[in-house]
Design a protein around this ligand. Structure first.
Ligand SMILES: CC(C)(COP(=O)(O)OP(=O)(O)OC[C@H]1O[C@@H](n2cnc3c(N)ncnc32)[C@H](O)[C@@H]1OP(=O)(O)O)[C@@H](O)C(=O)NCCC(=O)NCCS
Length: 345
């Protein structure tokens, strides 16, 4: 019997004896034009440029402006540029996985919206909700489909319009977040490049310290939820900070150890960009020098699911085939993890 896969790939045509890995074959990013500076934030809340830089490392962030513009609009810009770069059409995509905490709507998924807007009529897909770890979780998802032979071209998008859920009266959060999007294409690789290993975790007891309380099924939107500003991000900064420093550093060290990697054999650490002090703690733990850590938090702040693919995009020209990369993230949930990949081109 022939098993027809969702994307009409023939299960039997897959060569099971050959070890196939899932490799990134293209990367692209998009950030909106509007720059929200620390100086501008000083006029909105009681804060200072010096405090923000000293405590977070952030100098400015991008904001998507325009009525009716959502996360998918940033993704479409990035994805169309990626398809052009790779020389393929949207029709060739088997799947779209979108990591986001700011979907255009609660449903349908932003994957559906993006597929429609770019004309990807032959694929299927879904959104992944894992806060700032969503891009890593999505990469692992994509790898599983490719390694099993169920898909050959999987687009993974990490995108968030954080300005849509940030309270610009709350200095604890508004200085941190920004809008942005990055995306990668994953394809089968027979040279052993691409995703090698991942360690991913969730711990829901952390939900009390970083969340968007209202708008879901537990607290649907009411006048009261709006008055109490419960549709915005709530964060207990110190608790999240402590958790982040330990979890991201520990999991990065663990994945290196388990793959017999050292600071000499890892070329790049690609950390989630939440706070420069958290990034530094992870870098120190794994023993890498500053010039081998991708950092662009000063320009974009924390774009949640956008941070890691935006780093890969900005560093693409410096990456060499066979480079060992450790991607690491943590986020609300709590969620956290690290992923080891060999750059494929
Ligand atoms: C939010 C964060 C930057 C605050 O930095 P911090 O050094 O922990 O600061 P604290 O929370 O201890 O606050 C110190 C003081 O600064 C104040 N403060 C907080 N935000 C401020 C701001 N934007 N400007 C000026 N002062 C501020 C606090 O109110 C506090 O004042 P107090 O001592 O009078 O109470 C930091 O905790 C952090 O980055 N946490 C992790 C957040 C994160 O990564 N979130 C995303 C997860 S993916």
């Amino acid at each position: 019997m022939t098993h027809k896969m969702p994307n009409n790939l023939d299960y039997k045509s897959y060569n099971w004896s050959m070890k196939v890995t899932a490799a990134i074959t293209a990367v692209q990013g998009y950030v909106p034009d509007y720059i929200l500076t620390n100086a501008e934030l000083e006029k909105m809340v009681e804060t200072s440029n010096e405090w923000i830089i000293a405590r977070t490392g952030i100098k400015e962030r991008r904001i998507l402006q325009g009525v009716g513009k959502g996360t998918s609009d940033m993704a479409v810009e990035a994805v169309n540029a990626l398809l052009k770069k790779r020389g393929i059409t949207a029709e060739e995509l088997d799947m779209i996985i979108v990591a986001t905490v700011t979907p255009d709507m609660m449903f349908p998924s932003t994957a559906c919206v993006i597929a429609d807007k770019i004309g990807a009529h032959k694929c299927w897909g879904y959104d992944v909700s894992a806060a700032c770890s969503g891009f890593l979780f999505s990469l692992q998802n994509a790898a599983a489909y490719i390694q099993s032979g169920m898909a050959k071209k999987v687009l993974v998008v990490g995108a968030d319009k954080m300005s849509s859920i940030v309270d610009y009266k709350d200095r604890n959060t508004c200085v941190i977040f920004g809008d942005g999007c990055g995306c990668v294409l994953l394809e089968p690789n027979e040279e052993g490049m691409g995703i090698q290993d991942a360690i991913l975790h969730i711990d829901g007891s952390g939900r009390h310290y970083l969340n968007q309380k209202a708008g879901g099924s537990q607290y649907p939107a009411t006048e009261q939820t709006v008055v109490h500003r419960e549709h915005y991000i709530y964060q207990e900064g110190k608790t999240v900070f402590k958790f982040a420093v330990k979890s991201m550093a520990d999991v990065s060290a663990e994945i290196m150890e388990r793959n017999h990697l050292t600071s000499e054999t890892v070329q790049w650490l690609v950390p989630h960009q939440a706070n420069l002090r958290i990034i530094d703690a992870t870098r120190e733990r794994v023993g890498l020098s500053e010039d081998r850590v991708m950092i662009n938090i000063q320009k974009y702040g924390n774009t949640t699911n956008g941070t890691i693919p935006l780093c890969l995009w900005e560093w693409e020209s410096k990456l060499k085939k066979g480079d060992n990369l450790i991607l690491a993230a943590f986020g609300g949930g709590f969620t956290w993890g690290a992923l080891y990949l060999k750059w494929a081109y």
